[in-house]
Design a protein around this ligand. Structure first.
Ligand SMILES: *[C@@H]1O[C@H](CO)[C@@H](O)[C@H](O)[C@H]1NC(C)=O
Ligand SMILES: *[C@@H]1O[C@H](CO)[C@@H](O)[C@H](O)[C@H]1NC(C)=O
Length: 496
């Protein structure tokens, strides 16, 4: 009986919600048909004759990443960039778009609707190594059980021969240009902005949230302030914006794909703050982008943007199956980031002589309670080994600019750290680096993101047991760590 009442209440709530929602949306005026070629956008200057526009950027060759793109735009119709047949100003008042469609398959859609946009690049992801490498441990099944990840980590529960199909489950990257379009501020989930929409269609090229609205059309067309109207805009914003564990491995590869394939005349919408700012400085240092192109997107104060061409890139195809939702941290993205931001310039060779121990704030979440013991153990193990003159311990506490972090991690032979944002820096470490991530047992499940990143970067990735809660300081399993570290030292000694 109680259950029936509950269900009834639930149904009533849902219905009222839908009706209210309908009423609200239908109260909005229907969007007006706008005249084409309105001159109100003074920024609108296509520099189609400008030579620069038709070149593949120099850094692509310089950092040896041209094989990570297919250069559709460059091959198509004699180097012709796609252009909107009409350019329109955004709507002057908030209005309802009527019934926009949802586009998941942009390749198919633009083939039949070239008036709405085009495909800029379409490349298959790099194949994984076969068989896919596994995390190294003292015993994988024992470590997976101890850290309660046996069910959740594909790396713990799928046969090794199948892993290639799962990590990730997407197979391609597509980059598209969408005409006269808006950039969303997070209609479905405030932490997942960046969806592109027009009065005609909403483009969900990938599912970035589990919420029920993840594939809904956006009906409400917003007002866009003049300062947020552009002629061409690269839209890189996405999940968790500048959050340290997310910007580097998730937004950054999208940003690089777009900077490689969209014209230099396009402005670049990027998350503002935290690691994002530091990483943009590095892209400027390395000649990939200039500061004057950057349009900051602030989480605290989000605004809608509009442009005559909005560029967007996603892993593809769109997945609707929740269990198949591994669409980040693939080999292509990881290698793209590593090469562009950290790989040695041609002819130079960085000396790799560091054992880096990541230290989170004492007493902070997932700080290792036995940190000093770990540091002492590492030093004495090095002293006793044949590597005393070749390897030195460095404690990393994330001081200084991201530039210094990259310089440090490029020199790593071994990286040890608890799960957390500091681990993002494994992106800068060269192939062959030993990465030891210390797990924990309680609270939020120990995520597999750094495992995937590290394995795709051809590191030796190790999981060391730890115990404690995600939200508190944790203990390292010293016996497990001793075993792992001695094994690493032994392997390095014998590889010489
Ligand atoms: C560029 O990258 C490709 C693919 O990874 C590799 O085979 C090639 O040796 C690299 N070239 C240089 C000059 O590093
Ligand atoms: C390791 O050797 C260095 C230099 O010989 C010495 O200063 C240091 O105390 C030693 N550390 C440990 C833990 O043995």
């Amino acid at each position: 009986m109680r259950r029936k009442t509950l269900i009834l209440t639930f149904v009533i709530i849902i219905f009222s919600f839908i009706i209210l929602n309908r009423l609200f949306i239908s109260r909005l005026p229907i969007c007006r048909k706008l005249p084409s070629n309105t001159p109100s956008l003074s920024t609108l200057t296509w520099k189609d004759n400008h030579d620069e526009l038709w070149k593949i950027p120099e850094w692509v060759e310089q950092y040896n990443v041209s094989h990570l793109f297919d250069w559709t735009w460059h091959k198509n119709s004699d180097y012709k960039r796609c252009r909107p047949p009409i350019t329109r100003s955004p709507q002057a008042e908030t209005c309802s778009a009527g019934s926009p469609i949802v586009v998941n398959n942009a390749l198919e859609f633009f083939r039949s609707h070239p008036e709405h946009g085009c495909v800029v690049d379409d490349i298959a992801r790099l194949p994984n190594l076969i068989p896919h490498p596994l995390p190294r441990t003292r015993s994988l099944s024992d470590t997976c059980s101890a850290l309660n990840i046996k069910r959740d980590w594909i790396l713990c529960n799928k046969p090794q021969v199948e892993l290639d199909r799962w990590l990730p489950t997407t197979t391609r990257f597509i980059t598209v240009a969408i005409f006269n379009a808006y950039v969303d501020t997070g209609h479905c989930h405030p932490d997942v902005p960046g969806t592109i929409f027009t009065e005609y269609a909403t483009y969900h090229l990938q599912r970035w949230t589990n919420k029920w609205c993840n594939n809904d059309p956006i009906r409400q067309i917003p007002i866009v302030e003049a300062q947020y109207q552009h002629s061409e805009l690269i839209d890189t914003i996405g999940n968790y914006l500048s959050a340290p564990g997310h910007f580097g491995p998730q937004q950054l590869p999208r940003l690089l794909r777009l900077l490689a394939t969209a014209p230099k005349t396009a402005k670049v919408l990027v998350a503002k703050g935290g690691v994002a700012d530091g990483l943009i400085d590095i892209l400027v240092d390395r000649g990939v982008v200039t500061h004057d192109r950057i349009v900051p997107y602030e989480k605290q104060n989000p605004s809608y943007h509009y442009a005559h061409i909005v560029y967007r890139s996603e892993a593809w195809p769109y997945l609707s199956d929740a269990r198949n939702s591994h669409y980040v941290h693939d080999r292509t993205d990881m290698q793209l980031i590593h090469r562009v931001l950290a790989a040695d310039k041609q002819g130079s060779h960085t000396k790799r002589n560091l054992v880096i121990l990541i230290k989170r704030k004492i007493g902070g979440t997932r700080s290792i309670i036995e940190h000093s013991n770990v540091a002492l153990f590492i030093e004495s193990a090095l002293n006793k080994s044949k590597l005393a003159n070749d390897l030195h311990l460095a404690i990393f506490e994330a001081h200084g600019h991201m530039r210094e972090h990259i310089d440090l991690f490029r020199r790593a032979r071994i990286i040890v750290g608890p799960h957390g944002a500091g681990m993002m820096n494994i992106l800068w470490a060269p192939p062959g680096t030993h990465v030891v991530e210390v797990g924990y047992t309680d609270g939020m499940r120990f995520p597999d993101m750094y495992a995937e990143m590290s394995l795709h970067l051809d590191h030796h990735y190790w999981i060391c047991k730890g115990h404690g809660n995600y939200a508190e300081p944790i203990h390292i399993d010293m016996e497990d760590f001793t075993f792992i570290f001695n094994k690493i030292i032994y392997e390095i000694e014998n590889a010489k």
